[in-house]
Ligand binder design. Structure first.
Ligand SMILES: [Cu+2]
Length: 142
């Protein structure tokens, strides 16, 4: 009996390890934060977000213990002037991906609470409209 339970446990662990994205709605890649001198009060963060599920997913909030606040910004051009504007949510349609990249959408990360240098990892949590949260590591890069 115990051995059977143990075998079931091993099978469960193997399945969980084989499919680490169970419960996760989004696949994040290339997540990075631009390194800037410590005196600069904000940082921009970038990543590629793929929604491999068959349902649309919206990011409705972003949090990190390393920053006092994190917003999603889009970059707009108005009469030749570039400006940034916060988005209340970012929707990734089923089976598509969105890219946060220099010159376009980005995370605006306010007031780093510690000195950051290239190679540092920063945990960031995405709050999704389906009630899930998803935590990822972003790498500080030059
Ligand atoms: Cu911005």
């Amino acid at each position: 009996m115990l051995i059977r339970l143990f075998k079931l446990f091993i099978i469960a662990i193997t399945l969980l390890t084989a499919f680490p994205v169970i419960g996760a709605s989004l696949e994040i890649s290339d997540a990075w934060i631009q390194n800037l001198p410590p005196v600069v009060p904000t940082r921009a963060g970038y990543m590629i977000i793929a929604n491999t599920s068959n349902q649309s997913v919206s990011i409705i909030g972003v949090e990190s213990e390393v920053f006092t606040a994190v917003d999603i910004h889009e970059t707009m051009e108005n009469n030749g002037m570039m400006s940034m504007q916060p988005l209340t949510s970012l929707t990734i349609a089923a089976g598509t991906s969105r890219e946060l990249a220099p010159g376009g959408m980005h995370l605006m990360m306010m007031q780093p609470q510690q000195t950051l240098k290239p190679g540092d990892l920063v945990a960031v949590t995405l709050k999704l409209d389906n009630g899930d949260t998803q935590t990822l590591q972003m790498t500080v890069r030059k």
